[in-house]
Design a protein around this ligand. Structure first.
Ligand code: NAI
Ligand code: 13P
Length: 320
């Protein structure tokens, strides 16, 4: 079974490098010049500097060619997933599609698999998520991920196909839980970055991670997810990684907010749009998600860190 990765950002490139250890892989870049440079230089200097592309990896900007694979990994940002898949629905129709993005669509409040289903209702779909930095995967460091697929047979097939010597995949059929864990951990990472950036300390970060996890559970349960899923790689695992490492762009955006510094708007930070989408959804469903609300207010510059801290500390006392 053949594999292609559509989207040659940091994550798409890293996944393609790892999968190329199993056999030939095609990596699609939308920019023809970039595809040519990568194919010739055997590097993605823009998004994943320092990683060599193996010989079994071919880079192309020819989407028709890339889309001939049986399994297609979609490694484009969440907010572009719908437009990308709808625009190329004819090419993607009879393939197994694996969304590799983390987030909730701002306009609809939907996660990646719901978006894929809306675009191609009959397609076999799955989500690849969990704690993994592109740079770690590209270096061949050991990584464990969640492959979420509603259909157990497809899930088992994809798990076999996409496991590599450094990438160990666990599977689940709880797609709701996996989507929500991967999306919301980025919101919490922004909050944790802000706390550390503002010098509020590791204890405050631990409090935010734990109460942030409670918010993730609240949203997951309201969406019909299984509670255990959030305790797995796609929830707790990714929350831990992203809230504690400067390799995370979401965490670094938080650091910049906490330090009152500017942040390059061209960097992909999924948690920003997702925080807004989740906040709107929480209000509609009457779910208590104070940290998410605070992150939105910080992003909108409606609140200072000092006021945000005071607000959270002044909330009514309650049982844990
Ligand atoms: N970088 C990482 O360590 C990890 C990233 N992810 C997820 O992977 C997804 C992609 O992130 P990265 O690759 O890191 O971002 P990136 O910013 O490095 O790359 C994004 C890629 O998508 C392409 N792209 C953007 N809009 C597009 C469109 N409309 N049509 C076609 N291509 C488009 C860009 O050209 C670029 O190649 C995100 O949802 C992220 O949360 C997940 C795990 C790890
Ligand atoms: O999802 C990730 C780690 O699992 C990557 O995090 P960032 O998108 O914050 O860089």
């Amino acid at each position: 079974m053949s594999v292609s990765v559509l989207g040659s950002g940091a994550f798409g490139t890293a996944l393609a490098i790892s999968l190329a250890g199993n056999g030939p892989v095609t990596l699609w870049a939308r920019d023809a010049d970039q595809a040519r440079d990568m194919q010739e230089a055997r590097r993605n200097t823009r998004r994943l500097p320092g990683a060599d592309l193996p010989e079994t990896l071919t880079v192309t900007s020819d989407l028709e060619r890339a889309a001939q694979a049986d399994t297609i990994l979609l490694a484009v940002p969440m907010q572009t997933l719908r437009s990308f898949v709808s625009a190329h629905a004819d090419l993607l129709r009879n393939r197994a599609l694996v969304a590799c993005c983390k987030g909730i669509e701002l306009e609809t409040g939907q996660g990646p698999l719901v978006v894929l289903h809306a675009c191609l209702p009959k397609a076999r779909t799955a989500l690849l998520t969990g704690p993994s930095f592109a740079a770690d995967i590209a270096k061949g460091l050991p990584t464990a991920l969640t492959l979420a697929c509603r259909d157990p047979e497809t899930g088992a097939e994809l798990q076999q196909q996409l496991t590599t010597k450094n990438l160990r995949l666990y599977r689940t059929t709880d797609t709701n839980g996996a989507e929500i864990g991967g999306a919301l951990k980025n919101v919490m990472a922004i909050a944790c970055g802000a706390v550390i950036g503002a010098g509020l300390g590791d204890s405050a970060r631990a409090a935010l991670m734990t109460r942030g996890y409670a918010e993730m559970q609240r949203m997951a349960l309201a969406s019909g997810a299984q509670p255990d899923t959030l305790a797995g790689l796609s929830g707790f695992g990714d929350l831990t990684l992203t809230c504690s490492s400067e390799l995370s762009r979401n965490y670094r955006l938080g650091l910049a907010i906490g330090r009152n510094e500017t942040f390059d708007p061209s960097i992909t930070v999924e948690g920003a749009a997702t925080a807004r989408a989740v906040h709107a959804e929480a209000q509609t469903r009457n779910l208590d998600m104070p940290i998410t609300a605070i992150v939105v207010a910080l992003l909108d510059q409606r609140l200072t860190i000092a006021d945000a801290t005071a607000q959270l500390l002044a909330r009514p006392l309650k049982e844990e």
